[in-house]
Design a protein around this ligand. Structure first.
Ligand code: HEM
Length: 153
C-alpha cells in the first residue's frame, strides 16, 4: 500500500449492511448495501458501492470513484452517479471519521438538480456508519441516507 494511504487504511475491504433513506419529495425507503474500498499501490483509494431494495431485492443506487488523502489531514473525493451527476468533495480525516462537503456537483442536462451534498462516515467497533445529506430539487441541505455496514472481507 502507498504510504500516503495510511490515514484511510481503516476503510479498506468489503462492507455489507442495511440503510434507510428519505427526503421531503419522495417516499422513504430501506436498502441493503455492499461497499468496497481497495488500492492498487497508488496514493488513492478506489471505491464502489451498490444498493438494492430490502422489500423486493431490485437494484437501487450505485456509485463509484476515488478517495485521495492529501497528507495534511484533508482529502479530496470524486464520485460518479448513474443518474447523471458527478460529485466533487473535500474534507477532513480525524482518526476513523471523515467529513466531506461538495465543492461542486455537476449534473447532465436531463438530471435532477443537486446543489450540494455532505457525507459523514466513521468506523467504530468494526462497523462503518455514514450519514448523507443533500440540497436537491429546491430543498435546503438535509438528510437523505444513513447506513451501518460490517466488514465481510
Ligand atoms: C445508498 C444510496 C442511495 C439510495 C438507495 C437512493 C435512493 C433513492 C430513491 C429510492 C429515490 C426516490 C426515487 C428515485 O428518484 O429514484 C431517490 C431520489 C433521489 N436521490 Fe437518492 N439514493 C441514494 C444516493 C443518492 C446520492 C448519493 C445522491 C446525490 C449525489 C442522491 C440524489 C437523489 C436525488 C436528487 C433524488 C430525487 C429527489 C426528488 O425526486 O425530489 N441519491 N434516491
Amino acid at each position: 500500500m502507498h504510504d500516503a494511504l495510511r490515514p484511510l487504511e481503516f476503510l479498506l475491504g468489503t462492507w455489507e449492511g442495511e440503510g434507510r433513506g428519505s427526503y421531503p419529495t419522495i417516499e422513504s425507503f430501506r436498502y441493503r448495501e455492499e461497499a468496497r474500498f481497495w488500492h492498487i499501490g497508488k496514493p488513492f483509494l478506489a471505491y464502489s458501492q451498490r444498493t438494492w431494495s430490502v422489500v423486493d431485492g431490485s437494484p437501487m443506487h450505485s456509485e463509484s470513484g476515488y478517495w485521495r488523502p492529501l497528507g495534511d489531514g484533508s482529502l479530496e473525493v470524486v464520485l460518479a452517479h448513474p443518474f447523471g451527476a458527478v460529485e466533487v468533495d473535500r474534507g477532513l480525516i480525524e482518526g476513523a471519521t471523515i467529513e466531506l462537503a461538495s465543492s461542486s456537483v455537476v449534473t447532465t442536462p436531463s438530471a435532477k438538480r443537486i446543489d450540494g451534498v455532505t457525507r459523514k462516515m466513521s468506523v467504530a467497533e468494526g462497523v462503518l456508519s455514514y450519514v448523507f445529506a443533500m440540497a436537491a430539487e429546491d430543498q435546503p441541505l438535509q438528510f437523505h441516507l444513513t447506513a451501518h455496514l460490517e466488514r465481510t472481507a
